[in-house]
Design a protein around this ligand. Structure first.
Ligand code: NOJ
Ligand code: CA
Length: 550
């Protein structure tokens, strides 16, 4: 990150999944005028940046992550004039607008692809990745992320095209200079329209090995194998640097890469200042892996390792939730008796780590997972594929459904719960995805009226970033509590020291006395409703933040 980009360190980003945010016209689908209606709410929360998940023209095979018109707005979401109005409303309030950008692939309905697939000799022939059949079959055994082969046959060309995601998301051919030029021109057009930043989707896969070697990884239940070493190839980093030099560097826009990076070293390769790639990176971890492997100790270890890797020359995107994950309070906290305390603990955990916090819509009121009654009730293509693979591997339909309820991305995609009415105040029509019935209890209206709600806890945390320079800018040291479920750390900037304690369990845990020396005043506690911190024994899911001046 360069010096003129220091502003990104003071951001608190709010991610909007527009389809599920607020429906202004009763067609059951959230839209841009709906976002505009709620801008005062975002201002009240105190965030100073919005990341809009894709709003471009799209047939919605993957809810906008399949773009058929990069310089057009999805009809269901409104018009370009609506987008202009939203941009202006954001800027009038000092809110930055970050656009999602999907350029690893487009939709198969994009005019580029329609032309590319029509014949071998057409001018856009090389915009996508085409290969001849091998022995009458797919060119290799690679699996697509959303199930089946990563290759699809097109009779008009007598060839297969490559799609790492669904077959309606053909990969763009970054080896084609003309294609890259078109993509950069499109990005420049948006940047010049007043976009303050880009979150760039699935960016680790741009460069492909041109010989597409077969994968020797064990096959998935449907017989195909994920490719080996596709993420983070040197050629991909070269394309990202080219994009940076061409589009970002001259414009002072924020850039966040969504990356597949299993190690912190790989993550840092996208972010270290000298590499001139991104300002921050969002690592993607499949929910099934996260659910099975996470622990409070692992959250702390990951935070520490990423801190160390970028301490001198990088910056961090911090998040626990997004549209690809189950709800954080259900995954890492407790959506039963300790719902409120654990939602506040997770908020405190995230906002007190070095880096820019990303809040995902509904997180600020503690929205939870939903249990839809059948696999047909799930919209997400990833959920349906996982269910299918589980059946193929011998799971019973009930077991596969139970797993879907736990993992599904639709957990995060149910409409935002604005009030306690059956449709949650999201729409007057039929919502595109069922509203969580707990909207009766968990909703914005109720929490705005309750000064001790999760919503107001988020407001206080966000406001504290301005009062406590150590929150955005301090260094980090984890403290040994002798207990894996009790995570503690210190942040320091100038004469300000902050101490954070998070009890990630349903048991009480006592803070070792030595760690509280000079701790000073407790600024916030996830038990504020119960009168605040009364330690040193921390109650179930109690978290507390202390400030000392030393
Ligand atoms: C990552 C996005 O966040 C996800 O929603 C999408 O399905 C894939 N990339 C493919 O674009
Ligand atoms: Ca609508």
């Amino acid at each position: 990150m360069t010096a003129e980009k220091e502003w990104i360190k003071d951001l608190v980003v709010y991610q909007i999944y527009p389809r599920s945010f607020c429906d202004s016209n009763g067609d059951g689908v959230g839209d841009l005028p709906g976002v505009l209606q709620k801008i005062g709410y975002l201002e009240e929360l105190g965030v100073n940046a919005i990341w809009l998940s894709p709003v471009y023209r799209s047939p919605n095979d993957d809810n906008g992550y399949d773009i058929s018109g990069y310089q057009e707005i999805m009809e269901e979401f409104g018009t370009m004039e609506d987008w202009d109005r939203l941009r202006d409303a954001c800027h009038q309030r000092g809110i930055r607008l970050i656009m999602d950008l999907v350029v690893n692939h487009s939709s198969d309905e994009h005019p580029w692809f329609v032309e590319s697939q029509s014949s071998k000799g057409n001018p856009k022939s090389d915009y996508y990745i085409w290969r001849d059949p091998v022995d009458g079959h797919e060119p290799n055994n690679w699996a697509s992320v959303f199930g089946g082969s990563a290759w699809e046959y097109v009779p008009a060309r007598g060839q297969y095209y490559f799609h790492y995601f669904s077959k309606k998301q053909p990969d763009l051919n970054w080896a084609c200079l003309q294609l890259r030029e078109e993509v950069y021109r499109m990005m420049e057009w948006w940047a010049d329209k007043g976009v303050d930043g880009f979150r760039v989707d699935a960016i680790s896969y741009l460069d492909k090995p041109q010989d597409f070697p077969p994968s020797s990884l064990p096959p998935l239940p449907d017989g195909y194998s994920f490719p080996e070493g596709l993420a983070g190839r040197p050629g991909t980093h070269a394309y990202i640097r080219e994009m940076n030099r061409r589009v970002y560097a001259p414009r002072n826009v924020l850039t966040v890469g969504e990356v597949s990076a299993p190690t912190v070293e790989e993550l840092a390769n996208y972010v270290r200042t000298g590499r001139e790639e991104f300002d921050m990176a969002i690592p993607f971890v499949p929910p099934m892996v996260e659910i099975d492997t996470w622990s409070p100790e692992k959250l702390a270890r990951d935070a520490w390792e990423s801190y160390r890797a970028l301490e001198k020359d990088g910056w961090w995107a911090r998040f626990l939730s997004n549209h690809d994950k189950p709800r954080q309070v259900s995954l890492y906290g407790d959506d039963g008796p300790y719902w409120e305390a654990s939602a506040k603990l997770l908020a405190l955990f995230l906002h007190c780590l070095p880096g820019t916090p990303f809040i995902y819509q509904g997180e600020e009121i503690g929205m939870t997972n939903v249990k839809l009654p059948s696999i047909q009730a799930y919209d997400d293509l990833d959920t349906r594929n996982r269910y299918h693979q589980l059946l193929l591997s011998g799971s019973s339909p009930d077991a596969a459904l139970a797993r879907a309820q736990l993992e599904s991305r639709d957990n995060a995609r149910t409409p935002v719960q604005w009030d306690g009415s059956p449709k949650g105040g999201f729409t007057t029509g039929q919502p595109w995805l069922g509203v969580n019935p707990n909207t009766k209890r968990i909703n914005v209206e109720a929490q705005r009226q309750d000064p001790l709600s999760i919503f107001h806890f988020y407001r206080r945390l966000i406001a504290l970033r301005k009062e406590c320079p150590a929150l955005p800018h301090g260094d980090l040291a984890f403290l040994d509590t002798g207990c894996g479920e009790l995570v503690a750390w210190r942040r320091r900037a100038g004469d300000e020291t902050l101490l954070v304690f998070c009890n990630f369990s349903q048991e009480a845990h006592t803070i070792p006395p030595g760690l509280l020396e000079g701790a000073g005043e407790a600024l916030l506690s996830s038990y504020d409703r119960e009168g605040g911190y009364q330690g040193p024994a921390l109650r179930p899911y109690e978290a507390a933040l202390f400030r000392a001046r030393i």
